[in-house]
Design a protein around this ligand. Structure first.
Ligand SMILES: Nc1ncnc2c1ncn2[C@@H]1O[C@H](COP(=O)(O)OP(=O)(O)O)[C@@H](O)[C@H]1O
Ligand SMILES: [Mg+2]
Length: 297
């Protein structure tokens, strides 16, 4: 487990505020990790520490098995939560400018600026000043700026915040492409349904401490509960199985919560006797429920 980013035991205080008190996070080469936690959990502080923008009281951050260096940090693409673009600069100028700062020569920086402007869906806006763009389009520029120097590690702090569905799809595609090229990607998000679709692996923090890490499917399977959804072909019959708690009906689908240890087969058989069944689903709770169980305990 020596490749990629390894973070262990991060501690950080700001005066009386304990921002981090035991953050562990691992992002393998070519892996995508969703970094989840409630507001104030310490996600931004952790990401700033990766970039060397926050000093630490304790803990280690290493890249490919060695303490992360200034040169390694130059290979990071970072999208800060507080976006920072120059309002008067034009889109392609801005992307090229950041590329040159990252060490690209002028011609390469210009070529990549055009390529990235197009890739993030701003080809028609290349000559617009940043301040003329909508917030969503400024975020597209911020993404292009993070990628122009072809980083090996992408650190994206709430990259989906404020994006419309078209931009969400574009960003998801770009992230997936980067991972396929072997880039390590860590992104923070509150949009858990989106995370569940995009990231196979997550790390969940609360109160400055890592609470859980692993595959979304495994974390969901560890829940002590299961959800049983039933739709009947005709009107829903009077049906209240023993040992199951009914949850609110959603769009005609009736839902019960059961213990993972109980057998859904007998309940489904009983439901089929009550009326013809149109569909049944039995699954662990979604990432959002797992998240709420972890951060409230
Ligand atoms: N520069 C700072 N000075 C004082 N407190 C800070 C500073 N930066 C972050 N904090 C505090 O540290 C905690 C973690 O913040 P942050 O990392 O921004 O959380 P998140 O990104 O998960 O919402 C919060 O309580 C926040 O108020
Ligand atoms: Mg934050």
């Amino acid at each position: 487990m020596n490749s990629g980013l390894a973070i262990s035991g991060l501690h950080k205080r700001f005066g009386d505020v304990r921002a981090l008190s035991g953050v562990d996070l691992h992002v393998d080469e070519g892996q995508l990790i969703g970094f989840l936690g409630p507001n104030g959990a310490g996600k931004t502080t952790t990401m700033r520490a990766i970039l060397g923008l926050t000093s630490l009281d304790a803990g280690t951050i290493s890249w490919n098995g060695r303490p992360i260096s200034v040169d390694d940090r130059a290979q990071i693409g970072y999208m800060p939560q507080e976006r920072g673009l120059y309002p008067g600069m034009r889109v392609h100028e801005h992307i090229a400018y950041i590329g040159r700062l990252a060490g690209l020569d002028n011609a390469v920086a210009k070529r990549r600026a055009n390529e990235w402007a197009e890739r993030v869906g701003l080809d028609g806006r290349s000559n617009d000043a940043i301040q003329e763009l909508s917030t969503g389009n400024q975020q597209r520029v911020q993404l292009a700026v993070a990628l122009v120097h072809e980083p090996k590690l992408l650190v994206l702090d709430e990259p989906f915040a404020g994006l419309d569905p078209v931009a969400v799809a574009m960003l998801s595609d770009v992230m997936t492409e980067q991972v396929q090229k072997g880039v390590s990607v860590v992104f923070s998000s509150h949009q858990l349904e989106l995370v569940q679709d995009l990231a196979e692996n997550v790390t969940i923090i609360a109160d400055g401490k890592t609470q859980a890490s692993g595959r979304v499917t495994e974390l969901r399977a560890q829940s002590p509960y299961r959800l049983l959804d039933i739709v009947w072909s005709g009107p829903a019959p009077d049906f209240s199985p023993i040992g199951a708690t009914e949850l609110p009906t959603v769009h005609g689908t009736r839902r019960w919560q059961l213990l993972a240890s109980s057998d859904p087969g007998s309940i489904i058989a009983e439901a089929a006797q009550a009326g013809a069944i149109a569909s049944v689903s039995y699954q662990p709770p979604g990432l959002e429920d797992v998240f709420l169980e972890l951060v409230s305990s």
